[in-house]
Design a protein around this ligand. Sequence first.
Ligand SMILES: C[S@@+](CC[C@H](N)C(=O)[O-])C[C@H]1O[C@@H](n2cnc3c(N)ncnc32)[C@H](O)[C@@H]1O
Length: 289
Amino acid sequence: MEQSIKSKLSDSEIKEIVKERYGKCAETGMNIASSCCAIEASKSSGFATDHGLYTQEDILLIPETALSLSRGCGNPTGFAALQPGEIVVDFGCGAGVDVILASQKVTPNGKVIGVDFASEMIERAKQAIEEAGTSNTVEFRISDLDQTGLPDNFADVVMSNCVINLCPDKEDVYREVYRILKPGGRLAISDVVYTEKVDANVHERFQSTWAGCVGGAIDKESYFGVIRNIGFTEVNLVAQHLLASKELDEMACCPGAEYTPVPDEEDVAVTQNKIASIKFTAIKPTISD
Ligand SMILES: C[S@@+](CC[C@H](N)C(=O)[O-])C[C@H]1O[C@@H](n2cnc3c(N)ncnc32)[C@H](O)[C@@H]1O
């Protein structure tokens, strides 16, 4: 099932739209209830970890600044098997939820680098890190994900939570991930993909506004195809959760209806259970592999 209608928006237009939405959300969104799905889903599922969500212990470690701006669809630190001393890069770190959780796991000698192109989000993340008291193991970088400026063969782990669906060129982003990972380094990713074909007109309408975390999503096979073509191996699906109507409502106007046009109710209704949040790991092979 391949579903790849080309968006009428150019790649640079899409990036500007996304940056502006999340920038505005960081400035004004701390009192708004919407949170995509990871935090709310964690609470409503009794903090279940089997779907790759946050545990109650995780949530207690995160200051309100980061929690209220959390817009993820999983919990990469829950399945990344992070070890003390590791270097971790969070692609699209937002207000820093996963940076904080990762920093607790890699301390004392490790490091976490949060990358995001919305400078307002990075400001919130810095504030949250101060509040969490974990600033000594953390750095931030305001940058596009397809050109981070980080060194080659640098990171033990690249994680990302509900971000790459927003990027117009997934291949460019995963090439950058591959470049900065050490041989033997690993991916821990939560993201949104299509698991079933939807009507082409509906798909096109989602794409036309780059609707939340749905407008830029591609089908699961193509997504894993990109990762394998770049050279990642041992791609392992940790969990998959089909998005039902309420979750899809929120996902389709992430980071919130105040920032993103709300898609047609019927379009959302016919798409429910055809889009999933997935959690997966993969490896950049060593030369001997
Ligand atoms: C849905 S939010 C998720 C944020 C965070 N990972 C979390 O779980 O709360 C997506 C984030 O990715 C960032 N982002 C999206 N596309 C990006 C790109 N091309 N380069 C850098 N950051 C990007 C946005 O600014 C936003 O902060």
